[in-house]
Design a binder for this molecule. Structure first.
Ligand SMILES: Nc1ncnc2c1ncn2[C@@H]1O[C@H](COP(=O)(O)OP(=O)(O)OP(=O)(O)O)[C@@H](O)[C@H]1O
Ligand SMILES: [Mg+2]
Length: 410
């Protein structure tokens, strides 16, 4: 039995999710904790003490709920500092039997990683999309096959050493070992996109509090990743400032209760009542006007995400469309606004899933896509338990389905 722990350190909250993997390969969520966090801005640690305290609180809650001890975690990272680049590399196989071995794949991986990185950047992932065997493309797993020339195409993900180190240090100061640093939209993609969507081409847009992460998947691999430095908190801030609300917390509450990403969908006669900043004056504004402010910012966020996808050159290849997730996507009518911004492409809101496993109801929300995805990443990359998995188990079948894709892109 192994414990897999995902730690999503976000701009608004830290979420720690612990999942138990049984000897038969089945996964079972055992504990989670969520703590508010103000220690990050746009994915960057700006207050380490607050970040450490929030991590400790979330981990403590998860430990108590699951009656477990957590010593390490798979940690998510995001922000504008993350960059993706495409790489192709080739090796020659000179042995007489020409059989592709694990050592060859490792040699090829090292070759892919031979890029000149500026001294302030580190490599986070080498995500192999496909192998090409003597000119034949589309090979997913060449192990045991025969070839003279083996090529691979990969997406390399890099991040700022300083940003990543500060995140790592925060987790370590909270008393945990960092088992892996994982690109957040990549993890979210594991939790909300179906294998079919990743195969035919889809974009994942995670509207968080401080950042909106963009990732494009195609042919079962991550092909692009980027981040826009605004998210749902900016929407709250607009409402707070423009309507002169008493405090940001009130703005957040009213946004959640009365906000809509499409003002036209709000009944004209409805009103939002609130007390104006610094006064006892009761204000009543049309709910539609309130939502116009929200719509404007939500539209901007989605347009910026669309610009990133256009910049990637992949925008016209997203046949399965766009999946929106993250807490910011839970405003009513966000998918409909998305269809306007994304030129009629299919747009849906994605909540996290672990196959058909029942997630605790509190986690069945777009805001927890990353935390769930981090545990999926762990389940797929950490070695299998010693006993043979039971193929009859539903979860096991799902893991196998993922694995084919994943083995070559982690
Ligand atoms: N029910 C809701 N309706 C509208 N907005 C919501 C709702 N729930 C959460 N949000 C918004 O979602 C945002 C937080 O999303 P999320 O929890 O995914 O962010 P995070 O992971 O902490 O931040 P980031 O990913 O930017 O580091 C906040 O701006 C919040 O206002
Ligand atoms: Mg997030």
């Amino acid at each position: 039995m192994t414990l897999i722990v995902g730690l999503d350190i976000g701009t608004t909250k830290v979420c720690c999710l612990a999942v138990r993997r049984h000897a038969d390969g089945t996964l079972q969520p055992v504990g989670y904790g969520v703590a508010p966090c103000r220690g990050l801005r746009q994915g960057q640690v700006v207050d380490m003490e607050q970040t450490v305290a929030a991590i400790q609180q979330a981990v403590h809650e998860a430990q108590t709920m699951g009656e477990i001890t957590i010593t390490g975690a798979i940690v998510g990272a995001t922000g504008e500092h993350i960059e993706s680049m495409q790489r192709r590399a080739e090796i020659t196989i000179t042995r007489p039997d020409r059989e592709v071995t694990a050592e060859d794949l490792e040699r090829l991986r090292l070759q892919l990683q031979q890029v000149h990185l500026p001294p302030d950047r580190e490599l986070m992932h080498t995500l192999i999309r496909q192998y090409i065997l003597d000119g034949q493309p589309g090979i997913i797993n060449p192990l045991g096959m025969s070839a003279s020339h083996l090529q691979a195409e990969a997406t390399l993900i890099t991040g700022s050493i300083t940003f990543l180190q500060n995140l790592r240090r925060s987790v370590e100061r909270a008393g945990l070992e960092v088992q892996a640093m994982v690109l957040e939209p990549y993890a979210s993609g594991l939790a909300v996109l179906s294998p079919e969507e990743r195969e035919v081409g889809a974009a994942l847009i995670d509207i968080g509090g401080g950042t909106t992460d963009v990732a494009a998947f195609k042919e079962n691999g991550l092909v692009f990743s980027s981040a826009v430095p605004i998210g749902g908190n900016q929407v709250t801030r607009d409402v707070y400032i423009l309507f002169r609300l008493a405090n940001p917390e009130e703005a957040e509450r009213l946004k959640r209760e009365y906000g809509s990403a499409l003002a036209a969908r709000v009944p004209e006669e409805e009103r939002v009542s609130y007390r104006e900043m610094g006064t006892q004056v009761e204000r009543r504004v049309p709910r539609r006007l309130f939502s116009e402010v929200i719509e404007e910012r939500m539209r901007e966020i989605l347009e910026l995400a669309r610009d990133e996808l256009q910049r990637s050159g992949l925008y016209n290849e997203l046949a399965a469309g766009i999946v929106l997730t993250g807490g910011g996507s839970s405003l009513p009518c966000t998918a409909e606004l998305g269809r306007q911004v994304f030129d009629g492409l299919p747009v849906r809101i994605g909540a996290p899933q672990i196959g058909s496993i029942q997630l605790p109801s509190a986690l069945q929300h777009p805001a927890f896509a990353t935390a769930v995805g981090l545990t999926l990443y762990g389940a797929l990359t950490q070695p299998d338990p010693p006993t043979a998995p039971m193929p009859a188990q539903l979860w096991q079948r799902i893991v196998q389905k993922f694995k084919r894709w994943f083995k070559h892109s982690s």
